[in-house]
Ligand binder design. Structure first.
Ligand code: BYC
Length: 369
């Protein structure tokens, strides 16, 4: 991939329409070319100096649009990703496993919330993003279009899917856009716990009965290749990487991170006593990493087109959950509206003290009413 500077690439976006709006968007109507050029120069200098771009800073429209696309896709992946694992909550083999799995699935909902909130700082709304997901106009990760056929799949998702997610997301903690980078710090800590629970689950199965070992191996066989696809198309087919890396949204290319992930997994598979389903994996002394077999990119493209094993099921379930949750959103909005005047209207010290909670217990009553 040719090296491109933020300056070279953002030059291309100078003069584009101010589509997204928001506090720090591209050339406001009537802004002179000189002022727009100054903004662009300041933006490029900040990116070059590894400074964070914050919501109220000026940014090129294309930078904003790229962030909204990636962050929305990321948030959608978190909430759709709850489905395959939630499928096993009622059938977890022990109370301990059930409690762990429930906590993990709840964490994924939380990740969605952090990411939708971070995306909102770019001038879009959660409602708008969800509408686009439900209408098929925004994507979610290919990986969640595969079924969870056995309990061992919960382990394979934790080990491989969360493992791939961490490999991809740790560099995003250094993303040039502040709210996204900060959201990723907490998400990565939680993903790390998720990865370990998956590894520990698979280890227990691998060291269990012959049937349990076979179940673990079968799950790894089915999740390995789709996990490699999570990193996105190969570099020469990745339409966004060059620009996103120039803007320091992405810090590494798709192939680079995919190779890093394979290198991490090979010794872990050995320790688990499980095989990775790729006879071509071998150490390459010259590269200082592992070579691995060819990925079936036609399968990836089919999944992206909506033809994966569970695309239909996942989006149908998501739309249904949204519709069935309408009353909760309405109730929350009504509650917020009811309490809004007390929070926003100017008050005299006397009236303020009359309505303010006077003790921790009064505060508790107010929050839970
Ligand atoms: N799936 O130019 P490229 C989790 C699309 S959830 C679907 O390389 P980019 C978890 C791409 O959008 C963690 N589509 O794109 C949750 C683009 O399409 P358009 C999810 C994909 O953005 C619950 C086209 O292919 N993580 O951990 O530069 C339970 C060309 O690609 C995929 C994230 O979302 C894919 N895998 O790079 C358990 C990480 N890959 O828009 C676990 C954040 C590519 O041109 N995202 N496409 O039509 C990223 O880091 C980047 O967006 C990607 C792709 C590396 C994924």
């Amino acid at each position: 991939m040719a090296a491109v500077t933020a300056h070279q690439t953002t030059q291309k976006t100078l003069g584009t329409a101010n589509a997204a709006g928001g506090a720090g968007s591209t050339a406001a109507a009537g802004e002179t070319d000189a002022a727009a050029a100054d903004h662009l120069a300041a933006f490029d200098a900040a990116v070059a100096a590894d400074e964070r771009i914050e919501p109220r800073d000026w940014m090129p429209d294309a930078y904003r649009a790229t962030l909204i696309r990636q962050m929305a896709q990321h948030a959608h992946s978190e909430i759709i990703g709850m489905q395959p694992e939630a499928n096993w909550i009622t059938r977890a083999p022990s109370l301990r496993r059930k409690a762990i799995l429930m906590a993990k699935v709840q964490d994924e909902a939380g990740h969605g919330l952090y990411l939708y909130s971070a995306a909102e700082t770019l001038g879009t709304s959660r409602e708008e993003l969800l509408d686009k997901l439900h209408a098929g106009r925004q994507r979610y990760s290919s990986i969640f279009n595969y079924p969870t056929l056995t309990w061992a799949d919960v382990g394979a998702i934790g080990w491989l899917v969360d493992g791939a997610a961490i490999t991809n997301q740790v560099p995003l903690c250094r993303c040039s856009y502040g709210p996204y980078a900060r959201a990723m710090v907490r998400i990565c800590k939680e993903e790390s716990f998720h990865q370990r629970q998956g590894y520990e689950l698979l280890l227990a199965l691998s060291r269990g009965t012959e049937a349990q070992h076979a179940m673990a191996q079968d799950a790894v066989n089915r999740w390995w290749w789709p996990s490699l696809m999570m990193f996105g198309p190969p570099d020469d087919a990745s339409s966004h990487s060059e620009q996103s890396m120039a803007w320091k949204i992405k810090r590494h290319s798709n192939d680079e991170l995919r190779r890093r992930f394979v290198d991490i997994c090979v010794p872990q598979a050995e320790a688990l006593g499980l095989e990775l389903p790729d006879p071509d994996i071998r150490w390459n002394e010259e590269l200082g990493g592992h070579d691995f077999g060819a990925i079936d990119w036609s399968e990836f493209q089919e999944v992206l087109k909506g033809n994966g094993p569970c695309n239909e099921q996942r989006i149908t379930q998501r739309r249904r959950a949204h519709e069935e949750g309408a009353w909760v959103r309405d109730a929350a909005a009504a509650y917020a509206a009811k309490h809004a005047p007390a929070q926003t209207s100017p008050r005299t010290p006397a009236s303020a003290s009359a309505s303010a909670p006077t003790s921790a217990s009064a505060q508790h009553v107010e929050e839970t009413a």
